[in-house]
Design a protein around this ligand. Structure first.
Ligand SMILES: Nc1nc2c(ncn2[C@@H]2O[C@H](COP(=O)(O)OP(=O)(O)OP(=O)(O)O)[C@@H](O)[C@H]2O)c(=O)[nH]1
Ligand SMILES: [Mg+2]
Length: 365
């Protein structure tokens, strides 16, 4: 431990041991004794100095070792802090959420935006819990959705459904009719679908369950006559109009819907409700295109069908990026006596985040 100093020390001790006792006079002896004592003192102080130096050297080395050890710990701490900081940039629950939203077919930009907003909101939280993330995202989704709420039973005298082929227009209209009859309101159906074979029979069959009459209109003029019949002869409380499924990618098909709707319009426009029916199984691009094409038609609200047929109802949310129209109803099955709801925004946001979330909501207030 003493290193080179040990050798110096040894040499000093050896020197003392080896020095022979010479035959000298008393005087000389006396003077020699004094010289020896001085030498001895010198050696002692040298020794002490060396020992002191050795001690210093030792503690210096120890210090150096300690410092090296500390530096190592500091380095690993810095490494850990940096790692944590990186993790915090996209903490795990947020990362998971972004993946989930994308899986739900919520468009990538919206998913990213949501996650960034929540990350900013929760940035001062020491830990980012999954439930905080879920609740923050849910509330962002809720804010993006617009719902109409159940319609007042007496309010709408004429309800009309329009939309692409096969989305569930006829079934949904029958579901609405069922709810009216449950409230002892009288109804009459009109279909303008003379194009698809069996369309009239399909509606007649459904109407029969509600003891309701069905009229067929081949033209705008016939539609006017049918409405007149239900208002003045049959005197029903509500007229429910089904339209032929239109391919929204063909311009003129939407124009003809427009003509029918103009004809059906009552004096008090507020008494009529036109719903654009969309299927939640449709691709986002097609939903966007449909909304675009139906812009020329005066639509009041949206109905989303077939929520039971898809695992990703997040696409529904994308629609609210393209339109300000409120959502009236959602449907989740073929049974016309149920499977239709007027959900709250909260309910829908929960459903988008959790497939098993329950849907409910009276369709008539
Ligand atoms: N699973 C499920 N099926 C539905 C739902 N709504 C409607 N359907 C079914 O979808 C199919 C088409 O429904 P329709 O009501 O005839 O659709 P449409 O829009 O009137 O069709 P077109 O008149 O041909 O344009 C039928 O088999 C319905 O039973 C729903 O919410 N969930
Ligand atoms: Mg139909």
């Amino acid at each position: 431990m003493f290193g080179a100093k040990t050798w110096e020390l040894k040499a000093l001790l050896e020197e003392k041991k080896e020095k022979p006792e010479k035959q000298v006079s008393n005087k000389k002896k006396e003077s020699n004794k004094k010289t020896d004592e001085t030498n001895e003192d010198d050696k002692k102080s040298k020794l002490l100095k060396m020992l002191a130096e050795s001690g210093e050297e030792q503690s210096h080395k120890e210090n150096e070792q300690r410092i090296a050890k500390l530096m190592k710990s500091v380095d690993s701490l810095i490494e850990k802090i940096e790692l944590d900081a990186n993790k915090k940039a996209v903490p795990l629950p947020l990362e998971k959420m972004e993946t989930y939203l994308k899986e739900q077919e919520i468009d990538d930009r919206t998913a990213k935006l949501y996650v960034e907003k929540v990350s900013e909101k929760l940035k001062n939280n020491p830990t980012i819990e999954e439930e905080h993330v879920n609740e923050s995202i849910r509330s962002l989704i809720e804010n993006q959705i617009s719902v109409m709420g159940p319609i007042k039973t007496e309010d709408k005298k004429i309800i009309c459904v329009v939309g692409p082929t096969g989305v569930g227009k006829t079934s949904t209209l029958a579901k609405i009719g069922w709810e009216y009859t449950k409230k002892d309101r009288t109804i009459g159906f009109i279909t303008t679908d003379t194009f698809r074979s069996g369309a009239k029979e399909q509606l007649e069959q459904l109407a029969k369950k509600m003891d309701a009459e069905t009229m067929v209109a081949n033209s705008a003029k016939e539609l006017k006559e049918a409405i007149h019949y239900f208002q003045n002869v049959n005197k029903v409380d509500h007229i429910l109009i089904d339209t032929v499924g239109r391919n929204p990618l063909v311009d003129e098909s939407v124009s003809s819907v427009k003509e029918y709707l103009e004809t059906a319009k009552p004096k008090n426009e507020k008494e009529m409700l036109t719903c654009l029916v969309l299927s939640s199984t449709s691709k986002v691009r097609d939903l966007k295109e449909t909304l675009n094409r139906f812009k020329e038609v005066k639509i009041d609200s949206l109905i989303f069908t077939k929520l039971d047929e898809t695992l990703n109802i997040g696409s529904l949310l994308n629609v609210f990026n393209f339109t300000k129209l409120p959502l009236l109803y959602v449907t989740d099955g073929q049974d016309i006596t149920k499977n239709i709801y007027a959900p709250t925004k909260r309910m829908l946001s929960e459903k988008i985040l959790k497939k098993e979330a329950k849907l409910e909501g009276k369709i008539l207030a």
